[in-house]
Design a protein around this ligand. Structure first.
Ligand code: ADP
Ligand code: MG
Ligand code: ZN
Length: 573
């Protein structure tokens, strides 16, 4: 526990808030965090984007003696942040690679002479001995580690330089530290705490709900056309961000919007730094501009009136999706998060994972992130409920938000309780009676009563569940598997994607918990029979490059891991 804060310091904090920053009151847990830090405690702060994390270290740095040292990966924004602080009379400076040695020396001198309140440091400076020697020569009031999820390899934004941060604590064990992030899964939080050796830090976890953002996930048909329609019908003249996966699609989409009379700028790491800086500052300063960008854009951007965030490609993780969509509506006014999701996204991302550098554990982790994202896309439940549950904030079942697409237009669903019970009991019996685990393919074959070689070889035709699921077709069973996984009523394990029961499975098996499943969309094959070829292509929603991959995967039955990983979610619609 932190030592109690003396009243004068508390009133100091409030005074600084009003006098320096011009705000009337603290938001959420800001005051508690600030008091804790002023009292010398360590803190781990999880607060959504736009929640007001900066003040949590800026005010203590002003109240405590010495200079608050802020580690931030947002080099491109440091100048802006420092300018904004200086404009309200805070003595702030930064050190990063964009400066010449003269500019650096000026900041260093100010630091040593105690003429700074806040010093922003780029993480790459931590590797330099000179930085450590510099910090020794001045007085540090606190270390603030902003965007702290960058230290977590489990997360989606890992920066190797952040690993150097543990050195700060070893060298200055008595200086209080505050780590801040808008990424909140338990896994990431634990990793941050471990890597930064924040053993005694108090955790401050704010609600991650952003009620003014309307979450919508649509099926991808002609994404650029769909985007245009959304902009024209709901967001004419609004500022917003459109995320694309590749630089090429960023360029094409920006051109497309401009050709259609909508002001848009591109942003991606392939543009030279001057163009990037210019586009970013135009987006921040002008009204009604649209930034079409890769995920290289957006961290730390503080533009209150971003009215929509669009994803034209599937994000790689729920954490990334949440953080990117969180850039909408920081002013609290109604905003839209709209994602177009199609089959080729899954094909493409699975491939990227399979061919990515790194070891198996790394690839598996990417796969788990992707699965969670797919589960969000597949849910028949409230999207917000699912998002918050992912971030460890369970909401009551059936408590719908009323401001997401599934709440506003509930998808057609059916009572899948009996089907779920059959499937789960097949998994259960295999385990109980035979001590075995299998992937989706074998389980479905058992339910359908197929006497394949593999079924005979394992004697699975003598199981009581054998042939008890003929009311659904093969593909429909795979849809059940996919959705049970998405609802975490079923789990998947290991390199071979074996199915396992979860804690919640027993509620379905033994406590008659109801399961609602989304009605499967029309099967591609059926669409092909009844409509023109060109139409059927649109229905299955594949790019020419993805088609052969799709065909290959569809005909492929061998490996249960693959069956579960890729096809189980989408391919076997
Ligand atoms: P985060 O880092 O959590 O994304 P910021 O610290 O950038 O959020 O703050 C987001 C916006 O909210 C900023 O414009 C900031 O000035 C404003 N803000 C923060 N705290 C308060 C407060 N107590 N009252 C009013 N506005 C605030
Ligand atoms: Mg911030
Ligand atoms: Zn909802």
């Amino acid at each position: 526990m932190a030592s109690p804060v003396v009243p004068s310091e508390v009133s100091n904090a409030l005074e600084v808030l009003t006098r320096v920053f011009g705000y009337d009151s603290f938001r959420g847990s800001q005051q508690e965090i600030i008091d804790h830090l002023i009292g010398g405690g360590d803190a781990l702060v999880l607060m959504p984007t736009g929640g007001g994390k900066s003040l949590c270290y800026q005010i203590p740095a002003l109240v405590r003696d010495g200079v608050g040292v802020v580690i931030s990966p947002l080099i491109a924004l440091m100048q802006d942040q420092v300018d904004a602080l200086q404009a309200v009379g805070v003595r702030a400076g930064f050190l990063n690679s964009t400066q010449d040695s003269y500019q650096r020396r000026e900041v260093e001198t100010a630091f040593v002479e105690g003429k700074l309140d806040l010093l922003y440091l780029a993480p790459e400076r931590l590797k330099l001995d000179a930085t450590m020697r510099l910090l020794d020569r001045g007085e540090v009031s606190l270390f603030a580690i902003d965007e702290a999820h960058c230290v977590a390899q489990w997360g989606h934004d890992f920066r190797p330089d952040y690993l150097e941060l543990s050195a700060l604590h070893e060298r200055w064990p008595d200086v209080p530290r505050i780590a801040l992030t808008a990424t909140a899964t338990d896994a990431t939080r634990q990793e941050i705490a471990t890597r930064l050796q924040l053993v005694e830090a108090r955790h401050f976890v704010s609600s991650f709900d952003r009620p003014n953002i309307q979450y919508r996930i649509a099926s991808k048909k002609e994404p650029k056309r769909q985007l245009l329609e959304l902009l024209r019908s709901e967001h004419a003249g609004d500022a917003g961000i459109v995320y694309c996966l590749s630089r090429a699609s960023v360029e094409k989409t920006a051109d497309f919007l401009v050709e259609n009379g909508i002001p848009a700028l591109p942003y991606h790491a392939g543009l030279d730094s001057r163009t990037r800086a210019r586009n970013q500052s135009r987006f921040l300063r002008e009204d009604g501009l649209i930034m079409v960008a890769t995920i290289a854009f957006g961290m730390g951007i503080d533009k209150p009136d971003v009215r929509f965030v669009v994803h034209l490609d599937l994000p790689k993780s729920v954490e990334g999706y949440y953080q990117e969509t969180g850039r909408a509506g920081r002013d609290g006014l109604p905003s839209t998060a709209w994602l177009a999701y199609g089959l080729q996204d899954v094909v493409q991302q699975r491939r990227m994972i399979d061919t990515s550098e790194g070891d198996d554990a790394y690839r598996r982790r990417l796969g788990i992130h992707l699965d969670a994202m797919l589960a969000l896309c597949e849910t028949v439940e409230c999207r917000r409920g699912q998002l918050l549950a992912y971030f460890g904030q369970p909401v009551d079942a059936g408590q719908a938000c009323g401001n997401c697409d599934t709440c506003l237009t509930p998808p057609e669903s059916w009572d899948g309780t009996v089907a779920a019970q059959k499937l789960l009991s097949a998994v259960y019996r295999l385990r109980r009676e035979r001590g075995q685990k299998f992937g989706a393919g074998q389980i479905v074959d058992i339910l359908l009563g197929k006497t394949t070689d593999k079924v005979r070889q394992h004697g699975h035709d003598s199981l009581t569940v054998f042939g008890k699921g003929t009311e659904l077709k093969d593909l429909e069973w795979r849809g059940v598997v996919r959705q049970l996984l998405a609802q975490q009523l079923l789990g998947v394990e290991g390199d071979y994607g074996t199915l396992v029961l979860t804690d919640a499975s027993s509620q379905v098996l033994f406590e008659s918990r109801q399961v609602r499943l989304r009605r499967e969309p029309e099967r591609p094959a059926r669409a092909a029979r009844t409509s023109k070829p060109s139409k059927s292509k649109a229905t299955i929603d594949l790019t020419p490059e993805a088609t052969p991959v799709f065909e290959e995967l569809r005909s492929w039955r061998g490996n249960a891991a693959r069956e579960l990983g890729l096809p189980a979610y989408v391919i076997f619609h």
